[in-house]
Design a protein around this ligand. Sequence first.
Ligand SMILES: [Zn+2]
Length: 95
Amino acid sequence: MIMYPIIRCPGCRTFTYVDNFQRWKLCPHCGHAYEVARAPVYLDVEDHHEAEHIVRQMEKHLHSTKKKDFTPEELEELRHHYTNALKHKSHRPVH
Ligand SMILES: [Zn+2]
């Protein structure tokens, strides 16, 4: 199954996402190429639209709180939030 891990560029600290088969990521912002396996994964999502949305939310959050990174508590909350959302979605009856 394809998952989309949300990672962060080690060069310019921009959030982005890849798919779990991708080994290298070229940052569109700073041009830095890095190995996906070496970048910390913030969240794993199943849908790339969702990933894009979450990346934007994460950028917005750091911008509005003027922080450089998420605290472990915030990250926990974020994971909890989106895991619940995804679970909820998959429980929707399919017709
Ligand atoms: Zn970068």
